[in-house]
Design a protein around this ligand. Structure first.
Ligand SMILES: Nc1nc2c([nH]c(=O)n2[C@@H]2O[C@H](COP(=O)(O)OP(=O)(O)OP(=O)(O)O)[C@@H](O)[C@H]2O)c(=O)[nH]1
Length: 143
């Protein structure tokens, strides 16, 4: 991104598996929002299309290959525009269900951990504020 951005575009992935669980990424303790579970992803680079950025981030973070064409918009959240730091704008995408029997599986290559959870379990995970909003958009509020 440019040197002094007023906002930062971030892309994130809601990846289901065939039995209805979804992948979440545990941020390692030393990072901002460390110790919390997020939809994996990261910042979009200057000039990069969002879906291409997500394919890149997921390859770096989880070591798996996604097809940009198969990504579908699934949610949107933004931080407050009233503070001094750049506004974070997260675009959430979903893709076709992941096959857990295939050889190459998601791993936390940049630290932390990954896990597969039902929507009810995700509701209970400690998450950064925007991931709370995204989870509610994706799943609704469990009864
Ligand atoms: N997922 C998520 N990210 C948030 C929230 N609020 C917020 O400021 N962010 C920031 O959005 C950015 C997401 O980009 P990232 O996942 O590539 O960040 P990172 O720390 O892993 O890598 P970095 O070294 O490039 O900063 C992080 O700086 C993260 O702290 C939030 O509620 N959810």
């Amino acid at each position: 991104m440019e040197n002094n951005p007023t906002w930062i575009p971030v892309v994130a992935l809601a990846l289901p598996e065939t039995d209805g669980r979804w992948l979440m990424h545990y941020r390692s303790e030393e990072k901002q929002h460390g110790g919390l579970w997020e939809f994996p992803g990261g910042k979009v680079e200057l000039g990069e299309r969002p879906a291409i950025a997500l394919v890149r981030e997921i390859a770096e973070e989880l070591g798996i290959g996604l097809n940009a064409v198969s990504l579908k918009p699934a949610g949107f959240a933004e931080s407050s525009s009233e503070c001094d730091s750049p506004q974070i704008v997260i675009m959430l995408y979903t893709s076709a269900p992941w096959d857990l029997s295939q050889l190459s599986q998601p791993r936390a290559l940049e630290g932390g951990a990954v896990g597969w959870f039902t929507p009810s379990e995700i509701e209970l995970l400690a998450k950064p504020p925007l991931d709370v909003v995204l989870a509610r958009q994706l799943f609704g509020r469990p009864a």
